[in-house]
Design a binder for this molecule. Structure first.
Ligand code: SAM
Length: 243
């Protein structure tokens, strides 16, 4: 296959992921709606509700891309709070910044280009860190989880929204067919970029399942970890605390 099933080293993965997101940035929002039939909006709404965000909170939307979560958090933390949209990719960050500014969301948002593995923030800074559909693209996920743990305040929590393993075999098969046959074709047709969408499908298949990811969070130091399957486990929302 194109990217996923041959062995690639770390540098190759980093530049490949960079290439994919430079390539899809402009079409990213349209494709998201199309490919998930708009359901990603519900998954994100669920994440916000589960975060327990309050006015005045400091939130890091990591791998925040075009800023859907940032936009919602910005309204909820209010003028005394702060949201940092961090992403490794300048194209995604630019599309996100333009979109949020066009919507008039300016007062409490900052943009930072950063790698999740090496977060450029002080320890104990954030009440909430979210990473939505981002962790699977990170090369060293354990390192990223430790880095996130460090920048959370005691009492702070991490929410990981990510594709996961469907609970039932039939859904799993249907979803596989959709991901590998339909999704890259849609990518080719609409975004003229079948390869990138092939990579995205493969990265979803290779991502750790629900229990494995929960274990990884525990290993990074998170406590009271839990997860909730959404849409039959196509997506899962993991949560963990730092105490
Ligand atoms: N969170 C947004 C959303 O849910 O719509 C964007 C998700 S997009 C599928 C994945 C994002 O992860 C991309 O913007 C990509 O640049 C970013 N990313 C990939 N590797 C990263 C890393 N190591 N550190 C930070 N961001 C990363």
């Amino acid at each position: 296959t194109h990217f996923g099933y041959k062995t690639i080293d770390k540098d190759e993965k980093v530049s490949m992921v960079a290439g994919v997101f430079h390539s899809v940035a402009k079409q990213y929002d349209v494709m998201n709606d199309l490919m998930s039939f708009g359901i990603h909006r519900l998954w994100k709404r669920f994440t916000i509700d589960a975060s327990g965000v309050r006015p005045g909170n400091k939130v890091l939307d990591l791998a925040g891309g075009t800023g859907d979560l940032t936009a919602k958090f910005s309204q909820l933390v209010g003028k005394d709070g702060k949201v940092i949209l961090a992403d490794i990719n300048s194209s995604m960050l630019n599309v996100g910044r333009d979109k949020l500014r066009d919507r008039g969301l300016v007062q409490n948002i900052e943009y930072v280009q950063a790698n999740a593995e090496y977060l450029p923030f002080e320890e104990n800074t954030f009440d909430i860190v979210t990473i939505a559909f981002g962790l699977r693209n990170v090369t060293d996920k354990d390192k990223a989880l430790r880095s996130i743990y460090s920048v959370l305040k005691p009492g702070g929590r991490l929410l990981v929204l990510e594709f996961s393993k469907p609970e039932h075999e039939i859904l799993n098969k249907a979803y596989d067919f959709y991901s590998f046959n339909i999704l890259p074709k849609m990518g080719e047709l609409v975004a003229k970029d079948g390869d990138s969408y092939q990579y995205l499908a493969e990265s979803i298949r290779m991502h750790p399942d629900q229990d494995t990811l929960e274990e990884m969070m525990k290993n990074a130091g998170f406590e009271q970890t839990s997860y909730k399957n959404l849409t039959g486990g196509i997506v899962a929302l993991h949560k963990g605390y730092k105490f």
